[in-house]
Design a protein around this ligand. Structure first.
Ligand code: CP
Length: 316
């Protein structure tokens, strides 16, 4: 695997899930792979899980780790070609990425969507610039439209918890007052569609994910109906793709309550975190015996460790 940007970079999702489980059972088994190599982590946005789990994973593989927050630890970066750089941005990504590629053997990048220009976000300008100019493998630590480290951890968690071969997995929109990116929902849909799970997306009208993401997944605009017989409920807010970046509704009836979960087949509750309690999910659900959120977050180490291991093996 040369880069880890979306599931198309992966030969077999099933094999990567199994590798994650293998690493969880024996975290230091491949410590020799990264000896004397450096993992660089570049953050344009805040993070708890991604930052710490990726550091931990790289250390487990024997790598050194450098973490940089763009803007506060470095110069502000320009991404446009051909501009006269007479405003606030002091360095172009062409130099910045190429220079970091001189110091690091693998680079992880986090850069969220701007949510003002759909075409610009879906072109993945920041991540693609790093891929183009760094000259080393890139790991997507959540980009404008994808969060593969999260989605792989989610699949590892489902594999650990599922009680039937082909569970029913429901990705449901939940309310929020702020416009949030589609990256986690997009990515979860994309990765689950690589499995043979039964998959349903539940969201209000106007919140359908991009057609190239949801493909032929069943989309329902009635959450209660979608929850019937579900084994996993994956809750996430996202802003509208159609009316790009807008909050069209804050309908609280879409929040996850005990009553809603009672419609399922004793489903596990999943969320990528951070989560706003009370707004998206009732305390009784997230604190309850079917909450998988801490296990999911724990599995972030094994998902990114599996991806980095594959990258290290491919670079020889
Ligand atoms: N789920 C997730 O990516 O968490 P952080 O934003 O804290 O990294």
């Amino acid at each position: 695997m040369k880069h880890f940007i979306n599931p198309n970079d992966v030969d077999s999702v099933e094999e990567l899930v199994q590798l994650g489980l293998e690493l969880k059972a024996d975290p230091l088994k491949f410590q020799h792979l990264g000896r004397n190599l450096t993992m660089g982590l570049v953050f344009f946005n805040s993070s708890l899980r991604t930052r710490v789990s990726t550091q931990k994973a790289a250390l487990n593989l024997g790598m050194n780790v450098i973490v940089m927050n763009v803007g506060s630890d470095s110069w502000q970066l320009e991404f446009e070609d051909g501009v006269i750089m007479d405003q606030g941005k002091a360095e172009h990504v062409k130099e910045a990425a190429a220079v970091l590629g001189q110091y690091c053997d693998v680079i992880g990048v986090r850069a969220f969507a701007g949510l003002t220009d759909r075409d610009e976000d879906y072109k993945e300008i920041v991540l693609e610039s790093f891929r183009r100019y760094a000259g080393v493998p890139i790991v997507n630590l959540e980009s404008a439209t994808r969060h593969p480290c999260q989605s792989l951890a989610d699949l590892i968690t489902i594999e650990e918890l599922k009680k039937k071969e082909r569970p029913k997995v429901v990705l449901t929109w939940v309310p929020h007052f702020k416009p949030l990116p589609q990256a986690v929902a997009n990515s979860f849909a994309e990765w689950v569609l690589k499995t043979d799970y039964e998959f349903v997306i539940a969201n209000p009208e106007g919140y359908d994910l991009a057609p190239e993401i949801r493909k032929d997944a069943l989309v329902m605009h009635d959450q209660a109906e979608a929850f019937k017989g579900a084994d996993f409920i994956y809750a996430k807010n996202w802003s509208s793709y159609e009316h790009y970046g807008q909050v069209l509704t804050q309908d609280r009836s879409w929040a996850i309550t005990e009553e809603r979960m009672a419609l399922t087949d004793d489903a596990f509750f999943m969320h990528c975190l951070p989560v706003r309690r009370g707004l998206k999910v009732a305390d009784a659900v997230i604190d309850g015996p079917h909450s998988a959120v801490i296990q999911q977050a724990g599995n972030r180490v094994w998902s990114v460790q599996a991806a980095i291991k594959k990258i290290l093996e491919a670079r020889g």
